[in-house]
Write a new protein. Structure first.
Length: 142
C-alpha cells in the first residue's frame, strides 16, 4: 500500500506540466525594424563626422564587441573604433584596460579608462590618483 501511494505521488509530481515556450533574449528594447536599422548603420558606418574639440582628451569608457569591433567614449562622445571618418584613430588591445588614441596629425596617446591628457602639453591626469581611492572612517561622537 505504501509503495502504491509513493508511486502515485511520484507520478503526480512528474506529470508533464504545461510547457512554457522558451524565448531567446536576443536584443532588448527595440523593435525588429529598429534593430535592423541599427545593424545596417553599424555595417555601413553611417555616422556623422565628429570633430575633436577642446584642449583635453579624456577616455571615459570602452566597450568591446564579440565580433572584434568596439566603441570608445572620448570626451563624453561615442566613437566607433573602425570609423576613420571621425578623425580619431583608436587602437584597442585585447585584455588591456585602455586604448591608443590619436586625433588628426597628433602623436598617439596611450590612455587608460578615466585618464585625460592635455593635447598641447601632453600631461596626463588620472581621475583616480595613483589608482587608489582612500576614505577615512568617521568615528561616532567626534
Amino acid at each position: 500500500m505504501k509503495r502504491r501511494l509513493l508511486f502515485m505521488l511520484c507520478a503526480a509530481v512528474l506529470l508533464p506540466l504545461p510547457a512554457v515556450a522558451e524565448q531567446a533574449l536576443g536584443r532588448l528594447f527595440f523593435t525588429p525594424e529598429k534593430r535592423a536599422a541599427l545593424e545596417r548603420s553599424r555595417r555601413l558606418n553611417l555616422r556623422q563626422a565628429q570633430q575633436m574639440e577642446g584642449e583635453t582628451l579624456s577616455l571615459d569608457g570602452i566597450v568591446r564587441r564579440s565580433d572584434g569591433s568596439g566603441t570608445a567614449w572620448i570626451n563624453g562622445r561615442p566613437h566607433y573604433v573602425a570609423d576613420p571618418r571621425n578623425g580619431v584613430a583608436i587602437g584597442l588591445q585585447p585584455g588591456a584596460a585602455g586604448a591608443s588614441i590619436s586625433v588628426g596629425d597628433e602623436p598617439p596617446s596611450r590612455l587608460r579608462v578615466g585618464e585625460s591628457i592635455n593635447r598641447g602639453t601632453r600631461d596626463k591626469n588620472d581621475l583616480i590618483s595613483n589608482g587608489r581611492i582612500s576614505s577615512r572612517r568617521s568615528v561616532p561622537g567626534r
